[in-house]
Design a protein around this ligand. Structure first.
Ligand code: PLP
Length: 348
């Protein structure tokens, strides 16, 4: 069977129509606000800066995953599941949002998390428990996989119908579809704010799943918008390839004739700092600055490190007063409390 691919560029309406064909449930508050940060712009002496407030998607402290869960949960529900299993890191925001979303559809949620049970249960882990998720800990990825398989077998033996969200090919594609749609939403918010799309730069924290959505929308519509992602783990440039793979997988899924390679992607790993889940100097500066100018809160693991790219680009002259920077705020704020013991002495 030959499948005819749709040539690009296409219109925003055509891209939205393609996304609308994918089964989904309703979860997120949309559109999220596009908020200007004038004090921050003034202090940096650079571009107009806006935050696309996806920390306000509405469910259990919000964040970027609420959008992709609309597709991920629809798939699990349509497959007849009564339980969703998710395997991620102990710090995960995704785990928290998945547990909350599962409750909305009467699904049991099992979280298999890498990490050791901490002495004090706080931040995302506290919320995971509060939401009633079953939490299983694993020391490393291999043990985590065994724990997932064991949980599936146990639940099936109990007569339940488990669905492992991360094992579905839709898992990553859902994130790209969600952020392609968020980009369309953002584009419709530009004119009312007087933003010229020809001098627009989008920034997002992404190590491979959200940035593809921005790239897909901008490229499918043929817009001259710059997209910059900042990775939060690995410093070998690998995230560029993951972003490209994410764009290509989502484009193929939607039937678009669109392919990119890693060399065309701006994904930076220079703001990772000492490592995943460890605050960096640049991230701490961003946290302080955003909070003390426009009262915008950033988290220490994802959003502050990505915001460092805007500060860096302004200082390096890559962003000027002629430009507009839109920061896609992906949420993650409970992580402040996971890392509160370190942050107290670093920030106050
Ligand atoms: C707050 C926040 N921002 C950004 C990301 C990055 O998303 P991805 O690497 O999947 O694009 C995550 C992922 O867990 C997150 O929790």
């Amino acid at each position: 069977m030959t499948t005819t691919l749709t040539e690009i560029p296409i219109t925003a309406e055509q891209l939205q129509a393609l996304i609308d064909r994918v089964p989904r449930v309703e979860l997120a508050f949309k559109p999220t606000p596009l908020e200007e940060l004038p004090r921050l712009s003034r202090v940096l002496g650079g571009p107009r800066i806006f935050a696309k407030r996806d920390d306000l998607t509405g469910l259990a402290f919000g964040g970027n995953k609420v959008r992709n869960l609309e597709f991920r949960l629809a798939e699990a529900i349509n497959a007849g599941a009564d339980t969703v299993i998710m395997f991620v890191d102990i710090l995960s925001n995704s785990a928290r949002q998945t547990a909350a979303a599962a409750n909305r559809f009467d699904l049991k949620c099992v979280l298999v998390l890498t990490g050791r049970p901490p002495a004090q249960v706080t931040g995302n882990l506290f919320v995971d428990y509060l939401l009633g998720a079953e939490v299983i800990f694993a020391d490393d990825a291999a043990e985590q996989r065994r724990a997932v398989d064991h949980a599936v077998a146990r639940l099936q033996a109990e007569g339940r119908r488990p669905f492992v969200l991360n094992d579905s090919p839709l898992f990553g594609i859902a994130a790209a579809l969600a952020y392609a749609e968020a980009t369309l939403e953002l584009l419709s918010q530009l004119a009312p704010q007087g933003i010229d799309p020809s001098h627009l730069h989008l920034y997002i924290s992404s190590t491979g799943k959200g940035q593809p959505g921005l790239e897909l929308a901008v490229r499918a519509l043929g817009l001259p918008i710059q997209v910059t992602g900042s990775a939060v783990r690995y410093t070998d440039g690998q995230a560029k390839a993951w972003v490209a793979q994410g764009v290509n997988a989502a484009a193929a899924f939607l039937g678009l004739n669109l392919q990119v390679n890693g060399a065309e992607i701006d994904n930076r790993d220079r703001y990772v700092g000492p490592g995943y889940g460890i605050p960096s100097e640049a991230g701490l500066e961003a946290m302080r600055l955003a909070a003390r100018t426009d009262g915008l809160l950033l988290d220490p693991v994802y959003t502050s490190k990505a915001f460092a790219a805007i500060i860096d680009d302004t200082r390096q002259g890559r962003l000027t007063a002629a430009d507009t920077a839109v920061y896609v705020h992906t949420g993650g704020l409970p992580l402040m409390f996971n890392l509160a013991d370190q942050l107290g002495s670093l920030l106050i």
